[in-house]
Design a protein around this ligand. Structure first.
Ligand SMILES: Nc1ncnc2c1ncn2[C@@H]1O[C@H](COP(=O)(O)OP(=O)(O)OP(=O)(O)O)[C@@H](O)[C@H]1O
Length: 236
């Protein structure tokens, strides 16, 4: 579904070279030390940072030179995903059309998904009248309304308390499965990978340094676990 070949951008102090492949419907968690290049990879895929070398293919199409709005993906950041002067309803409507004027069919879709994500009672609030978890719920719902096959999440739930984080991960997992989305999620928590990932990729020094499952990382006996500061389980 997603193929990335030798992708890099112009960071003079930090050479990057990303090559990776992800199947349709696969859920990948990107882990790695701070400054390894995880956010840069997502921003390159989304087109927010221009690529100077390499290419990106999504569903058989070379999208490397497409502007961000034309790429078949949605991206969610750690925070500041919502327009602060617009209500929840308007923020969601933006996922469907820039004019925010919805047809009755679009309104039905919006309301159905808002019900699914528990937002129906919050539609007329402004973002500052919501909790952090509710704001991320709105942002995730808007991403899903855009109906793009690839979802990029950059530490989306790291500011939330553990219970809410768990709830949001489960919701994301369910919605990805229901909508057959392909997911790339940056996280610093191996438990996030345990919750949602089919596969983990460890990013180090601007490239994919290791791929495997969370159990291999949790075991702590490979170089990727060392990079993440996970110690081998004693006695093994
Ligand atoms: N605009 C920029 N110009 C030049 N270098 C940059 C720029 N933005 C980031 N970098 C560098 O690129 C590297 C990768 O940064 P990036 O934000 O992708 O890391 P990360 O893995 O997401 O880190 P963290 O886990 O701390 O969020 C870092 O060394 C950073 O200093």
């Amino acid at each position: 579904m997603l193929t990335v070949n030798q992708l890099s951008c112009h960071y003079p102090q930090f050479p990057l070279n990303f090559t990776l492949s992800v199947s349709a419907g696969e859920r990948i968690v990107l882990l790695g030390p701070s400054g390894a290049g995880k956010s840069t990879l997502l921003n390159l895929l989304a087109g927010f940072i221009p690529a100077t070398h390499g290419n990106i293919w999504i569903a058989g199409e070379n999208i490397t030179d497409y502007p961000p709005a034309k790429r078949p993906l949605s991206m969610l950041f750690q925070e500041n995903n919502l327009f602060t002067h617009l209500s929840v309803r308007q923020n969601l409507a933006l996922g469907l059309t820039p004019s925010m004027h919805l047809s009755s069919q679009q309104t039905d879709s919006m309301l159905a998904l808002a019900q699914r994500t528990g937002l129906l009672s919050l539609l007329d609030r402004l973002p500052h009248q919501l909790s952090g978890g509710q704001r991320q719920r709105v942002a995730l719902t808007r991403c899903l309304l855009r109906n793009r096959p690839l979802l990029l999440l950059d530490e989306p739930f790291s500011a939330l308390d553990p219970a809410l984080r768990q709830e949001m991960l489960m919701l994301t997992d369910e919605l990805c499965r229901e909508n057959q989305l392909t997911l790339l999620m940056v996280s610093h928590q191996l438990t996030d990978a345990q919750e949602i990932a089919d596969r983990c990729m460890v990013i180090d020094q601007g490239k994919v340094a290791w791929e495997g499952n969370w159990q291999q990382l949790a075991g702590g006996d490979n170089h990727a676990a060392t990079l993440l500061g996970i110690a081998p389980i004693s006695g093994q």
